[in-house]
Each structure stands twice: as structure tokens, then as C-alpha cells.
Design a protein around this ligand. Sequence first.
Ligand SMILES: [Cu+2]
Length: 150
Amino acid sequence: MKRQHLLIAGLILVAVSACGPAVQGSGGSRSVWFGQHMAGYGHMGWSDSTPSSQSTIIGAREIVVTSTEFGFSPSEITGTVGESINIILVNDGGVTHDWSIPELGVRIVANPGQQATAGFTLDASGTYEALCSIPGHAEAGMIGTLQVTD
Ligand SMILES: [Cu+2]
């Protein structure tokens, strides 16, 4: 199913770029159509249009997460309700990765050899799925959990 979606997205890409020069007059509406459809194409419930989280919370506990191809270290993080944490994503990989928790609206993106930080407060207990939202990466092993307890 997922592979099929990727294939369809790829075909749309090919079709749009192949039609590029021939549909100059209607290029605008075509790109709007394309944008709308891509916005609806969420990877595991996530959309590429979701902006990267940028805020750092001063004084919050810092948790360093290292990303490589293809995994997070550590993959499991724990916290308590009411606590604020800063996730520092250090990308030791050769391609861009992110550390995202779609359920909490968190997405931290780091380019190869760089790092990025985002802070957020743990409002409710539960086990949240963390993943790299770049297509194929979660399936390759870039998943983890954030466990929040009372
Ligand atoms: Cu990744």
C-alpha cells in the first residue's frame, strides 16, 4: 500500500514535469492542483508542509538524539507530565533526517553533519511514536518512542 502510494506520487511527478513546457498557459492551476494533492499525501499521518519546530525552552532538560542511516540513538526517551524538554537532534548521517512526533506537532529537521533543537512541554501521559518522516526512513528503522508518565 505504502509502496503503491510512493509509486503514484512518483508517476505524478514525472507527469507534471513532462507536461511542464506544453501547459504553460495553465501552469499555475496545475501547480495548485499538485500542491493540494501533495499536501494531502501524508507520510504516516505527516505532511511535508508541516514546518520544522524551532523553539528552544530555556532551562529545559536537554536530550541529545543522534540520527544515522537508519536509526535514532537513543530510540526510546522518557519524561514526566509537566516537564519541558529540548530535543537536540544531531545528524551523524549522510542525508537529511528529522525527529518527529506527529501526534504532538513536533518536527526537528537536521541536515547532514548539523544539529537542530526544539523544545516542547509534555502535557499528557502516554507513549508517543517518534519517527523520521522522510519517506522510507521510518520503514528502514528510524522509529522510536517518547514515553511520558505521571
Ligand atoms: Cu531520516
